[in-house]
Design a protein around this ligand. Structure first.
Ligand code: AMP
Ligand code: ZN
Length: 115
């Protein structure tokens, strides 16, 4: 599987940087955001290094579908039953800070820190 040795999320996938994991399978990893905007804020990432949403190809369609499909299951498991937000930031104008594709999934009782 493609990993970038300088990528912080690849290091999380490889266990070189600790994370609070919420879900893992051979293709996907979900972990709690270190700086949460909401009471529950997880990031769902592909284990493969894809820098941005621009980098997905048709062969990744199923993977992207699995990321979206996982979000509501994970939220229910984490006790979020009153709604949540999903967000993918892409590129400079999308304010993407970490260059490894990730989907924010945010929920829990309001108020939230942002949004
Ligand atoms: P984005 O602006 O979409 O690239 O967001 C990157 C997110 O990654 C931010 O919400 C950060 O708080 C989060 N983040 C950065 N480093 C870590 C880390 N080591 N563990 C968990 N979340 C992180
Ligand atoms: Zn990476």
């Amino acid at each position: 599987m493609n990993h970038d040795p300088d990528c912080i999320f690849c290091k999380i996938v490889e266990g070189k940087i600790p994370s609070k994991k919420a879900y893992e399978d051979p293709e996907l990893l979900a972990f709690h955001d270190i700086n949460p905007w909401a009471p529950v804020h997880v990031l769902i990432i592909p284990k493969e290094h894809l820098a941005t949403h621009y980098d997905v190809r048709p062969e990744h369609d199923a993977l992207l579908g699995r990321m979206l499909g996982l979000a509501p299951r994970l939220m229910r498991e984490l006790g979020v039953v009153n709604g949540f937000r999903t967000l993918i930031n892409t590129g400079p104008d999308g304010r993407q800070e970490v260059q490894h594709l990730h989907m924010h999934v945010m929920g829990g009782p309001r108020p939230w820190a942002k949004g």
